[in-house]
Design a protein around this ligand. Structure first.
Ligand SMILES: Nc1ncnc2c1ncn2[C@@H]1O[C@H](COP(=O)(O)OP(=O)(O)OP(=O)(O)O)[C@@H](O)[C@H]1O
Ligand SMILES: [Mg+2]
Length: 232
C-alpha cells in the first residue's frame, strides 16, 4: 500500500516531494521576511479546502482580516470557507504570554479535536516560542503541540524565521529537529543580473524521497510557483 500524501497545491513543490507531504507529518517552512512563508501556508490550507477538507490557521503575527486579505490577493476565498465552517482562523496574542499559554494548553487542543481539521498552519512558531522564557519550555511546548496534532491525524505546517547569520537554522534552533520536514526559502542575489531571486530547498522530509535541488520559485497573484527544471 502506498503512503498517503497531502498535496500542497504548489505543483512544483509536490513534484519535488514525489506527490506531496506524507500525511500526518509536521513540516516547518523557514525563511527570512518576505520569502513567502505566510503565502505558502495559506496555499497549503486552500488546497485542502478545495479538496473538501477542514483547516485551521493559527496566527501570531497578522490579525484575521489581514490573513483573509492576504488570501484574497491570491484569489483564494477563505472568508467563504470560514462562513461555511470549513476553516477557522485563530489569532493568538504574542504579547499576553500568560493568557496565550493557557489557551494553547487547554482551549486549543479541545478546539482542534472538535473541529476535525486535517490541515493546520501555525504562523509563526518563532513568535509562539517567544511566549516561553527558557529553551526547555519552548521545546516542551513544541513537542506537546506537535504530538497533540499528530494524534488527530492532521498534517501540520509551521512557519519559522531564520537566524540573522544562518538562513538554514530557525531563530530558536529547535523546530527543525522536532519537525518531520524542513523546507527552506531563501533570497539569492544575482549581481550580474541585478536581481533578487527566490530559491527553495527541501532540507529534510522523513518517510519519503525528495528532490535536493536548489529550485527557483516566484510569488505572484496566483500564489507561489516552483519552477522545477528551470535555471536561475
Ligand atoms: N498578490 C501578489 N502578487 C505578487 N507578489 C506578491 C503578492 N502578494 C505577495 N507577494 C510577494 O510576497 C511577499 C510577501 O509574502 P509573505 O507575506 O508570504 O512572506 P512572509 O515570508 O510570510 O513574510 P514575513 O516574514 O514578513 O511574514 C511580498 O513581499 C511580495 O514580494
Ligand atoms: Mg508572514
Amino acid at each position: 500500500m502506498g503512503m498517503e500524501r497531502v498535496r500542497t497545491g504548489i505543483d512544483g513543490l509536490d513534484e519535488m516531494l514525489y506527490g506531496g507531504i506524507p500525511k500526518g507529518s509536521t513540516v516547518v517552512v523557514m525563511g527570512s521576511f518576505g520569502t513567502g512563508k505566510t503565502t505558502l501556508g495559506l496555499q497549503f490550507l486552500n488546497q485542502g479546502l478545495a479538496e473538501g477538507e477542514k483547516g485551521v490557521f493559527i496566527t501570531l503575527e497578522e490579525d484575521r482580516d489581514s490573513i483573509l486579505a492576504d488570501a484574497e490577493a491570491h484569489g483564494w476565498d477563505l472568508r467563504g470557507k470560514m462562513n461555511a465552517k470549513q476553516l477557522e482562523i485563530v489569532k493568538l496574542e504574542p504579547n499576553d504570554a500568560k493568557v496565550t499559554i493557557q489557551r494553547i494548553k487547554s482551549e486549543l487542543p479541545e478546539f482542534i479535536k472538535k473541529f476535525g481539521a486535517s490541515r493546520i498552519v501555525v504562523d509563526s512558531i518563532s513568535l509562539l516560542n517567544l511566549l516561553f522564557d527558557t529553551d526547555h519550555d519552548r521545546r516542551a511546548n513544541l513537542f506537546n503541540l506537535s504530538q497533540m496534532i499528530k494524534r488527530t491525524g492532521a498534517t501540520l505546517l509551521m512557519t519559522a524565521e531564520v537566524k540573522d547569520d544562518n538562513p538554514f537554522a530557525s531563530r530558536d534552533g529547535l523546530v527543525e529537529y522536532v519537525a518531520d520536514g524542513v523546507i527552506s526559502l531563501r533570497y539569492l542575489e544575482l549581481l550580474e543580473r541585478n536581481e533578487l531571486m527566490l530559491s527553495m530547498r527541501i532540507i529534510k522530509m522523513r518517510r519519503t524521497e525528495h528532490s535536493r535541488k536548489i529550485t527557483p520559485y516566484s510569488i505572484s497573484g496566483k500564489g507561489i510557483e516552483v519552477h522545477v527544471g528551470s535555471e536561475f
